[in-house]
Design a protein around this ligand. Structure first.
Ligand code: MN
Length: 458
């Protein structure tokens, strides 16, 4: 499978769909690169996802004007000083020919109160965008939007929620590259290596595929630290390696995958038992994915199945439904079952719960549901992740406020027998289809014997 390239016509079709849904002029900006430690040492430029969605090309400091019947790209003129360091830049004529769109110098863009736009994500970008649009643009994810800006955000959300054929090709490739990365990570894992050596093999596979990482990789023997970004730990025989690593295609589309494998090559009996509980919960959730199904129901299907498994193992005692209602699943699975996936790894999280939650729905305060990033009715073309986990998190398990009324139902002596499991999460990328679902990351080893065979395959 080689890198898919989206044709100019597909972007033109997306821009046309936007102007059907949003009548007035809309300005979609690409943004600026961000400084790492000082102004001259910058992170690689990554254009705003909305800009990539409608144009596909990461042009720094550019803005796309979309209005009924017309789209114009406003781009910076090639700068001789920048060309000294950065090489030849595309002329506006080059861009017009390659992108099949009218291109004007960005200085010719006339600011107007009519121009709707989307929020900026960092302070420097907000200042630049305010200058371009001619009014103050607020910075931040999920800021409260008003008037025309809000209408534009809703139109863009409606478009980006369901993926067209070109987008699905990108997501498939990102999933395929994640398979290469996870196989590379499993293969050759040995006790005595550092976490960063496993990470290096995984990210090497992503870079060697012409892609980049879609988020900061998590590769750790401390899976119970949900967003652990340290990689200096040493792999020991009894450790499980948790790797949450995804790829981003050059056009910006993401995969997001988590696998867990034994550092020593073989799951212990207790690790296998809990792994299979998480796997059963994940399968129950995947099976629930279908058009018209509320994502909250998918989340709850996973939690219930996980709790059923924990009851079977004797970690909990009591009645399944009663315990679920009392938040027992959330004691070990405190996060949501997943999120939207697309150009962003948490797709459109820059627009806050406006994207993830259907109109009229708000986040629940209950322990099991409060971190759920998505609660919409699923529709064909949506892509979501399904990622239940089991974690022994000291901050939860030793906190009387969290365990509270569940302490008599929790068998801590039995739980102690599973102390070689700190954190397990299994995450796949799932496309909603008219028939049900398709797991885009299905080729990545997931059954325990398949995972062990991949580690052995050196
Ligand atoms: Mn995820």
């Amino acid at each position: 499978m080689s890198l898919p390239v989206t044709l100019a016509a597909a972007f033109a079709a997306r821009r046309a769909r936007l102007s059907e849904r949003f009548g007035g002029p809309a300005l979609i900006v690409s943004g600026l690169s961000r400084p790492r430690n000082y102004a001259g040492n910058r992170y690689p430029f990554r254009a705003e996802s909305h800009f990539l969605y409608f144009l596909g090309r990461p042009l720094e400091g550019a803005a796309l004007l979309v209005e009924p019947g017309r789209a114009v790209l406003f781009a910076p003129l090639p700068d001789p000083e920048a060309e000294l360091w950065g090489g030849k830049q595309a002329s506006l004529d080059d861009l017009a020919r390659e992108l099949e769109i009218e291109v004007r110098p960005i200085d010719e863009l006339v600011a107007s109160d009519e121009l709707a736009t989307l929020p900026a994500q960092d302070a420097e970008g907000a200042i630049w965008q305010s200058e371009v649009v001619g009014r103050e643009i607020i910075q931040g994810s999920g800021v409260e939007l008003e008037g025309r800006d809000r209408e534009l955000a809703d139109a863009v959300i409606e478009l980006r929620l369901t993926h067209d054929e070109a987008a699905i090709r990108q997501l498939r490739f990102a999933a395929h590259v994640a398979e290469r990365a996870h196989r590379a990570g499993m293969r050759g894992t040995r006790v005595g290596q550092h976490e960063y050596e496993v990470r290096a093999r995984m990210e090497a596979a992503i870079i060697a595929s012409g892609c980049s990482c879609s988020y900061n990789s998590i590769v750790t023997v401390h899976g119970e630290v949900l967003h652990n970004e340290r990689h200096d730990g040493l792999l020991e025989t009894r450790d499980l390696v948790l790797a949450d690593v995804g790829a981003e295609t050059p056009e910006g589309w993401a995969s997001d995958v988590t696998r867990v494998w034994p550092a020593g090559g073989q799951f212990s009996t207790t690790q296998r038992a809990l792994y299979d509980v998480v796997l059963a919960a994940q399968r129950a959730a995947i099976a629930a994915v279908a058009p018209g199904v509320r994502y909250l129901a998918v989340h709850r299907a996973a939690g219930l199945e996980m709790l059923r498994g924990l009851l079977d193992l004797g970690i909990f005692r009591g009645d399944l439904d009663d315990l679920y209602m009392r938040g027992a699943a959330a004691l070990f699975f405190p996060h949501g079952i997943g999120h939207l996936l697309g150009l962003d790894v948490h797709d459109m999280e820059d627009l806050g719960d406006r994207a993830g939650y259907a109109p009229g729905r708000v986040r629940s305060a209950s322990p099991g549901d409060r971190y759920l990033r998505l609660d919409r009715d699923l529709a064909p073309g949506m892509a979501v992740t399904i990622e239940p986990g089991f974690y022994q998190i000291p901050a939860l398990l030793s906190n009387p406020d969290e365990v509270g009324g569940l302490s008599s139902a929790l068998d801590r002596t039995r739980l102690l027998e599973f102390n070689d499991v700190r954190g397990i999460r299994i995450e796949d990328d799932v496309l909603v289809t008219s028939q049900g679902r398709e797991v885009l990351t299905a080729a990545i080893p997931k059954m325990t014997d398949e995972v062990e065979a991949t580690i052995r395959d050196r």
